[in-house]
Unconditional design. Structure first.
Length: 236
């Protein structure tokens, strides 16, 4: 019994860590890239770092809210979908009992139980409606009950990660008067952070760490280069 509880707690911690990691990756990757591209583009079009700082802060504020809202809506959608499926399963075990029994027996058949054990296991599960519904949700539909606070947590995690990421490419402009000088420092700092971020993300997800780091860095560099080039083209 203790071993079972320990396994459940470990699984729950793992799932929460996975959700947090996903949120940080989403927020940080966009936070490092989008404000970087904006600052680079403005550096090719204006002569004042003050304008770049104001525009960058405005973008970070708007971007973090938009990204956080997206995370919140995704979490709410997951929760609403789960609740909808629970209601449907309760309806089916109450009104389509014979079909649900066959589906439950089919599951036990597929994992190799004898017909006698299929019948016994199905009969045992079907005596408790909640237990039966939970079983069908997990093994028929492959759905786990989401954390009810997941939507709010996701919004905060993504939004804060976006802010932290966005301040990296923007911060050099606080300390210099020339947009060109600010861009040079921003490029070095941001590409380094993108490389480190890409390395850790790839390491955690099992992808080749060095290639993942270079790929993330090149994506950020391409976005900033394109923005700077377009600004120079039309600004000039």
């Amino acid at each position: 019994m203790d071993t079972h509880l320990h396994h459940d707690l470990h699984k729950e911690e793992h799932l929460k860590s996975s959700d947090l990691l996903r949120d940080v990756v989403i927020g940080m990757s966009d936070g490092l890239t989008v404000p970087f591209a904006l600052a680079a583009g403005l550096s090719g079009a204006v002569d004042s770092t003050h304008i770049i700082v104001i525009a960058g802060i405005a973008e970070i504020a708007a971007g973090s809210i938009a990204m956080g809202l997206g995370g919140y809506l995704a979490g709410k959608t997951e929760q609403d979908h789960f609740n909808s499926e629970v209601k449907r399963e309760y309806y089916e075990v109450e009104n389509l009992r014979h079909r649900e029994i066959e589906e439950t027996k089919e599951f036990f058949k597929n994992i190799g139980l004898s017909e006698e054990l299929q019948n016994k296991a199905t009969e045992e599960i079907a005596t408790d409606k909640k237990q039966w519904v939970d079983f069908m949700m997990k093994y028929e539909l492959g759905l786990e009950r989401p954390d009810p606070k997941r939507a709010t947590k996701s919004a905060l995690n993504i939004g804060l990660s976006y802010v932290l990421g966005g301040l990296v490419p923007l911060s050099p402009y606080f300390f210099v008067d020339s947009p060109t000088e600010g861009l040079k420092i921003s490029v070095i700092v941001t590409l380094l952070c993108l490389f480190v971020f890409g390395w850790f993300k790839s390491k955690i997800t099992g992808v080749n760490a060095w290639w993942g780091a270079v790929r993330v860095m090149l994506i950020g560099a391409a976005a900033a280069g394109a923005a700077f080039g377009v600004a120079k083209l039309f600004g000039g």
